[in-house]
Design a protein around this ligand. Structure first.
Ligand code: SF4
Length: 364
């Protein structure tokens, strides 16, 4: 994943394209509420090519395209679409589901067609734990097989691990399992209660804070990048830890945590659904355009919701008054899931900004 300096109000770092809703799995937390078959309104091959041809209009540096689903391997035209994206100069990553269709041969073909990143989900340190979350027996073994194949094939690999009240105690054991496996990046995804995710229990904020401190400690010894998804307040936690340790502001500015400075739902991230809807993120299902009729670039830069998401001064509650709002800004998806308002404060963060505390005190 690239981290060249860029203005995220003009160009996202990552475009997530949900190529299809079709997937053979039935994961308990699926954002997409994936189905066994493709939706009849899914973007056609021609419409998909037209979407890809919009991406270079963002200019240089171009965003990375992340092919997701459902299961992207369910698209019969997957390799043709990868070829077209590569022809356009777009860097492509893919997040396939761990089904029988995910073989070493498939990974090799994806690599040979120019896919430069693979994302896999591992939600438990044992088959019993992982398969219970995924809802299908055998996915743990298939995921470990795919991790091994990616390592053999030299395909840069990101593993994503779900954090809920149920999975949190197992996270250190997942790390131990992954440590020797040649990953490029491990990202802890802090549950957003949308789609099927509403059946799982999120981690309480205080426990989340504790886990983020563990993530930061672990990131210093891990042989790969350790990051979080839908927990931008991790950046605030990491900066607080560095300050407690007496690290200078200049060194903090150069620390790895600053690479994701400011990226959040709708700012550095944009999502295109299987129907072509343009949303700020997969976990923020508020369509504000349609790639069949609208320009992805124009919607990202000028649609009212995106403009608000680009500007953290428009956020509410503690996030509005927070000195970390530019680097963090809170999870807009979680604010929407909790309050029905994507600009509200992030309820997962425990931080009370001094400016906010003063206001509360003044209000009596
Ligand atoms: S109050 Fe909001 S902006 Fe500040 S650290 Fe917490 S989530 Fe981030």
């Amino acid at each position: 994943m690239r981290h060249a300096p860029r203005d995220y109000s003009l160009t996202p770092l990552n475009i997530y394209w949900e190529m299809t809703q079709a997937c053979a799995l039935a994961c308990r937390h699926c954002r997409a509420a994936a189905m066994p078959h493709a939706h009849p309104g899914q973007l056609t091959h021609e419409e998909s090519i037209a979407l890809l041809r919009q991406i270079p209009q963002f200019g240089d540096p171009m965003p990375t395209l992340i092919l997701t689903g459902g299961d992207p391997l369910e698209r019969p035209d997957l390799l043709e679409l990868v070829d077209e994206a590569r022809r356009l100069g777009i860097s492509v990553s893919i997040t396939p589901a761990a089904t029988e269709a995910l073989t070493r041969d498939v990974l090799e073909r994806l690599r040979d067609h120019g896919v430069s990143g693979l994302g896999l989900s591992l939600d438990g340190s044992t088959a019993a734990r992982h398969d219970a979350i995924r809802g299908v027996l055998g996915t743990f073994g298939r995921t470990l097989d795919a991790i091994g194949w990616a390592q053999e094939l030299g395909l840069p690999l990101q593993v994503n691990t779900l954090v809920t009240a149920e999975t949190a105690p197992d996270i250190p054991a997942v790390y131990e399992l992954l440590e020797p496996r040649g990953l490029a990046r491990w990202s802890l995804f802090f549950l957003i209660s949308v789609g099927r995710g509403t059946v799982l229990e999120p981690l309480p904020p205080e426990d989340g804070e504790e886990l983020m401190r563990w993530v930061h400690r672990t990131s210093r010894r891990a042989p790969f990048v350790v990051a979080t998804t839908e927990a931008p307040s991790y950046r605030r936690v990491a900066v607080e830890v560095l300050r407690e340790e007496g690290v200078s502001p200049e060194e903090i500015r150069r620390s790895p945590i600053m690479r994701s400075f400011g990226v959040r739902d709708g700012h550095g991230v944009v999502f295109v659904s299987h129907l072509g809807e343009i949303c700020p993120a997969g976990f923020l299902p508020l369509p504000v355009g349609d790639v069949r009729t609208d320009s992805l670039v124009d919607v990202y830069r000028t649609a009212s919701l995106f403009r608000s998401l680009h500007d953290p001064r428009q956020f509410g509650g503690r996030c509005h008054h927070c000195q970390y709002q530019q680097m963090c800004g809170g999870s807009r998806a979680r604010a929407y899931a909790a309050f029905g308002d994507p600009l509200a404060e992030d309820p997962f963060c425990t931080y009370v900004p001094p400016a906010y505390a003063k206001l509360v005190e003044a209000a009596g």
